[in-house]
Design a protein around this ligand. Structure first.
Ligand code: G3H
Length: 247
């Protein structure tokens, strides 16, 4: 079935990068035209304002659910906007694990981002043990359900969801297109139970060892609207090849 969703490819640099990589990416991505595709680069916050981003958008990798105050090390939505961010990743599995982020906190961050006019890229996904126990749908279903504790189908409008099976992140073991499609279809069905129009327009990205040689098959699935790219987003040629695969 055709849809009106503009594909999106976002590169998550994680805690990697340098001023020189910012310059390389600014130059390479601006020399390219990405008609019909939204391209986003999410570097560490300190690099956001160093980009010259004419042909792509910037995103942050996390945001506080609070406005401001005595919260050492945190960044607010307003600060990220001032630095040039349009998107923000929330609930990445590395933050859920390293910083004990709960489903509720992730929902609060997504709600705060939307309220401030940032587009949240909300990450969900299961560990290998959850998959092996056959609990993928109940686990991911709970992560999606938790969003509705803090948000409504109106406030979720334009938010992006990224399905990232933890066992596929940085491991080189990508989900097969069929495995990914099955969970993406499930996420869309779960959204349908809340609001059919929301489900139809929400972009759902796949993340987990996406590379130039597997991107086309993944993005060709009916419910996969692009990707959240880790390792391959640090190499301009690979990232641009993945972007082309989404067009
Ligand atoms: O945010 C990106 C994901 O964690 C995927 O990382 P990866 O492409 O290195 O597997």
């Amino acid at each position: 079935m055709t849809n009106n969703r503009t594909p999106l490819v976002a590169g998550n640099w994680k805690m990697n990068g340098s001023r020189s990589l910012v310059e390389t990416f600014s130059h390479s991505l601006n020399a390219q035209s990405f008609e019909g595709l939204d391209v986003v680069v999410c570097p560490p916050d300190g690099y956001l304002s160093m980009f010259n981003n004419e042909h792509f958008s910037l995103g942050a990798q996390d945001v506080s659910h609070l406005d401001n105050g005595a919260h050492t090390g945190d960044m607010s939505t307003d600060m990220l906007k001032e630095l040039g961010a349009k998107y923000v990743i929330v609930g990445h599995s590395e933050r859920r694990e390293d910083h004990n982020e709960t489903n509720l906190l992730v929902a609060k961050k997504a709600a705060k981002a939307k309220q401030a006019g940032l587009i949240p890229i909300i990450c969900v996904g299961e560990s290998l043990s959850v998959r092996e126990a056959g609990d993928v749908k109940s686990f991911v279903g709970e992560q999606i359900a938790a969003l509705f504790a803090e948000m409504t189908s109106d406030t979720l409008n334009d938010a992006v969801i990224a399905y990232e099976p933890i066992w596929a992140i940085g491991t080189g073991k990508t989900a097969t297109p069929e495995q990914a499609q099955e969970v993406h279809a499930f996420i869309r069905k779960t959204l349908t139970e809340h609001d059919e129009a929301l489900a139809h327009r929400t972009r759902i990205l796949y993340g987990g060892s996406v590379k130039p040689d597997n991107a086309k098959a993944l993005f060709g699935q009916p419910d996969i609207d692009g990707g959240l790219i880790g390792g391959a987003s640090l190499k301009t040629d690979d990232f641009m090849a993945i972007c082309q695969a989404a067009i």
